[in-house]
Design a protein around this ligand. Structure first.
Ligand SMILES: [Zn+2]
Length: 460
């Protein structure tokens, strides 16, 4: 795609790799790369360049969401206030009962893409059971790493699960682009047998596929892994699946089955003790920290500070709107700080400049794309967002980074750009027709609601 150079100016530019610049500018070349960053007076305006003056706003690297489920957009608010061991079966029952088709999931994923762009996200790391997010992110123009999920708690299912995964990945890889890449995700210890974990680890290594896994998320998962007890274990035994103790911890299980050797993205990592953090750091695994979903589902507060101190690379994730129920990475960063301050009874931990790194360059590092995005530096791809600083909720701005996380919200975003292409500006998504999507999303939501209400969660 041929672009014109664009010179963006704003009252604040936050390069992340350098201190904030008052009255700054960023020049983006015709290939969608950053050509210059600095005080406005020092950034040239080529003759053929378009000028975009953002006024009172912060211009920063696009936000990197290291964990979401775009295909679940129609489940927002559907499962509120259920305990986790009912939440998962109710989600599955609602999806099954609603009998949504592939196009419904693609539509939901498009909806999530529009929501993400409106909140300044330029990269999504998505896990999914369908092929919806990869298609939607391509259409939206987003950068994405899409991990195709595989399931199979019964060891006897492992070959069939792997064969199904490999066939899906073959298909998905044909649609890979420079911006949308494919990975795999053995879903979680309560849905994947040790045997399937081992086979997936071998497959990932042979095919050089990135791996993500939901892990160390909840008490019921810890009980299952450590002792073979609890409600997840009871559910598996009811299906004729044995539940012996598997390992000292989920992270130890992932190490023993070879998953940790693939340097995976660990989603949640709430229950990770000092030994687990040692294992994660040793293997170069990274973490998607989802503080709001962890809190809303009652999982607890992840030891974020301890993971960072151990040198583990951590990015921020919103998780799905079925659990969050927002897709707002600015709020996620604020929640990450609040959680650690509550946990450690401290008023100084995780200052705003650390939140800025978590939401941008550290997320990019967690996904292995920090050579291309995550900071505003010449030569990097121009993945940008701008957040208005003109609203009543933000004025006055004493410190732009503090204002960004503690006064602004995702809804204050006014511009989102991926590799030089403007995808969202002043309330309009330029690649997706949100209004046209609405009737089908409403119909899918109604079908899910009916299916949820027809489902009778077990009691007691
Ligand atoms: Zn998730």
């Amino acid at each position: 795609m041929t672009l014109r150079p664009v010179r963006y100016a704003a009252s604040w530019v936050l390069p992340v790799s350098a201190p904030p610049i008052r009255d700054g500018a960023v020049l983006v070349d015709a290939r969608g790369r950053i050509a210059a960053v600095g005080p406005a007076a020092a950034v040239p305006t080529p003759d053929d360049a378009e000028r975009v003056d953002l006024g009172e706003a912060a211009l920063l690297p696009g936000l990197v969401n290291t964990h979401c489920h775009p295909e679940l957009a129609a489940l927002r608010g559907l499962l509120d206030d259920l305990p986790f061991d009912d939440w998962i079966p109710t989600l599955l029952a609602a999806k099954r009962g609603a009998a949504l088709d592939h196009e419904d999931y693609v539509l939901a994923a498009r909806w999530t893409c529009a929501e993400a762009l409106a909140a300044g996200m330029t990269t999504l790391a998505a896990t999914e059971a369908s092929a919806a997010a990869a298609q939607a992110c391509r259409e939206a123009g987003l950068r994405a790493l899409v991990y195709r999920e595989t399931f199979g708690p019964d060891p006897a299912q492992a070959e069939a699960s792997l064969a199904e995964l490999a066939a899906a990945v073959d298909q998905l890889r044909r649609g890979e682009t420079d911006l949308v890449r494919i990975g795999i995700s053995p879903h979680a210890p309560y849905t994947v047998s040790d045997r399937l974990f081992r086979m997936v680890a071998d497959y990932a290594r042979a095919e050089a596929l990135p791996v993500a896994v939901h892990a160390a998320e909840s008490v019921v998962e810890v009980e299952l892994v450590r002792a073979g007890t609890g409600r997840f274990a009871a559910g598996l035994r009811a299906r004729g699946i044995a539940t012996p103790p598997r390992a000292a911890s989920t992270i130890a299980l992932l190490e023993a089955t070879g998953i940790l050797g693939t340097r995976p993205l660990i989603i949640h990592a709430v229950y990770v003790d000092a030994d687990d953090r040692h294992r994660l750091a040793d293997h170069g695994a990274t973490v998607a920290h989802c503080p709001i979903a962890n809190a809303r589902l009652g999982h607890g507060t992840a030891p974020l500070l301890e993971m960072l101190e151990r040198g583990i690379v951590v990015g921020l994730g919103t998780d799905s709107v079925a659990s969050n129920n927002r897709l707002d990475l600015l709020e996620e960063a604020r929640a990450a700080q609040l959680g650690q301050r509550v946990r450690h009874a401290s008023g100084t931990l995780l200052p705003s400049d650390e939140l800025l790194r978590l939401a941008t360059i550290d997320g990019a590092r967690a996904l292995g794309i920090d050579d291309r995005v995550g900071t505003l530096e010449p030569g990097k791809d121009a993945d940008l967002c701008a957040v208005s600083f003109a609203g009543c909720n933000i004025v006055p701005v004493h410190d732009p980074v503090s204002a960004l996380f503690h006064a602004a919200r995702g809804s204050d975003v006014v511009l989102t750009v991926v590799r030089g292409r403007i995808l969202y500006r002043d309330g309009r998504c330029l690649t997706l027709d949100v209004e046209a999507m609405r009737p089908r999303l409403d119909a899918a939501a109604a079908a899910l609601r009916r299916a949820r209400d027809a489902w009778r969660p077990r009691s007691g």
